[in-house]
Ligand binder design. Structure first.
Ligand SMILES: [Zn+2]
Length: 64
């Protein structure tokens, strides 16, 4: 088994940079989140573009 070394530079985005929606290319100065609570500690959350209502992300965010 050989592993390739891949180096990726991680840089802090310049201040004032606004991400774009990958679908409608609108600047996302606002994003929508929708939460589905499973309990006090854990929540399913989806992230949506407010312009085209595309699903941008999904995850479980909890504080454990
Ligand atoms: Zn969009």
């Amino acid at each position: 088994m050989s592993k390739k070394n891949i180096s990726i530079n991680l840089e802090e985005a310049p201040e004032g940079t606004i991400p774009r929606c990958p679908f409608c290319k609108e600047k996302l100065d606002t994003i929508w989140t929708k939460k589905k609570g499973l309990g006090v500690l854990e929540q399913n959350q989806i992230i949506m573009c407010p312009s085209c209502e595309s699903l941008l992300g999904y995850g479980v965010f909890g504080s454990r």
